[in-house]
Design a protein around this ligand. Sequence first.
Ligand SMILES: Cc1cc2nc3c(=O)[nH]c(=O)nc-3n(C[C@H](O)[C@H](O)[C@H](O)COP(=O)(O)OP(=O)(O)OC[C@H]3O[C@@H](n4cnc5c(N)ncnc54)[C@H](O)[C@@H]3O)c2cc1C
Length: 405
Amino acid sequence: MLRIAIVGGGTAGAASALFLARAGHQVTLFERVAQPTAVGAGILLQPTGMHVLAALGLLDTILEHGARNDRLFGTTAGGRTVLDVHYRHHDPQSFGLGLHRGALFSVLWQAVQIAGIAVRSATDITRIQQSGGKTLLFSRDPAPGSVEAAAGEFDCAVIADGTRSQLRAALAIPQKVTPYPWGALWALVPDDGLTQGGLRQWFRHAHQMLGLMPTGFAYKQMERPILSLFWSLRADRLQHWQEQGLEAWKKSVLELAPVATVLQHIQSPEQLTFARYADVQMRHWHDARVVCIGDCAHATSPQLGQGANLALVDAMTLAACFAEAPVVEQALALYSQRRRTHLRYYQGASKLLTPFFQSDSRIASTLRDIALGPLCGMPIARQQMAMTLSGSKTGWLFGKLRQPK
Ligand SMILES: Cc1cc2nc3c(=O)[nH]c(=O)nc-3n(C[C@H](O)[C@H](O)[C@H](O)COP(=O)(O)OP(=O)(O)OC[C@H]3O[C@@H](n4cnc5c(N)ncnc54)[C@H](O)[C@@H]3O)c2cc1C
């Protein structure tokens, strides 16, 4: 049995706490927020992520809260098909699940509580020190003016503190963090059934994108289905968007897509939240007795809808590595080795695709509009696209993720 510290109670941290506690380790989960609550937009849970939740015994509850998305369908403002990917082209049984991020968070946290895992909330981990085979954590109360104090001694630490990790940079791992110039405004609105069965997108070149995704239900609020709305926006244009006002924005949206019934639910700009992304690249993810997982280790743009899924696969793989390798350092090195092909593929694919969907490049959007629609109709290409979307590719030509049982 190992004493394992996990920093961050998001998807990656909570899921790995559950797997590691179940394997008999003594887990302490540190979370900066005093009372973590269910916040955020809709995420697309892929078959890979659902496999992990099934292993945790949580999939039935998750399915109750989600909305089945069988297809990703995108057109230009003029109606030309840009993207038409069906999950069934990868596997007849598979589908994506539109899910409120808060529902995923709440289901995981409830399971953490039921499992009796030690949680130290309102604890901001500021530093991790490794010496003599020990891993020491230091923390600070988030209240202003508080001083750093020892948070405990462990056999190893799992860093799952998200894209803006403040612990990653101190590790002896070559790494690069690049903020994206683009982000997205998102809102949750009542789902009146406009986009039955799938995620719908409309594009004007690569500088405008509206996305609508059936998202299921907020946690335990099963009477009112919800829809996630995403509007692509370059970060340095946010102020202009604010100055323009809501009516001007609605006008540009309606010029792109016939979604008046959706827009009637948005009455004030405060209903839209701006999210920014960053690209995190690390040569590997372990440094002796410390390992990075989730967005902290490999955040990408959300184009491929993989963030939460990669985090869930990380958590399950990490527990499998601890079960296989008796020495902590070996288990964490094995983890980096096991995750390499899957993470490299999705980081590469996200990086390659993003300029075709979020940029000012007319060349990229013209190429996309000419080539991608016809490719979606070709059997091999559409099968590869569906496999990419479902989260199970580990290489550009061959390679399929083998998930632990
Ligand atoms: C608008 C938007 C849309 C998205 N859409 C999708 C999608 O369609 N599909 C998908 O799979 N993913 C999507 N994602 C990404 C997905 O939500 C994340 O990839 C996923 O939740 C990864 O979780 P994580 O646990 O690594 O990080 P996070 O969820 O960021 O969790 C990190 C946690 O660490 C805590 N923390 C941070 N620093 C410290 C510290 N020093 N000490 C203690 N605690 C700390 C934070 O409070 C937080 O609770 C989207 C994200 C956004 C913003």
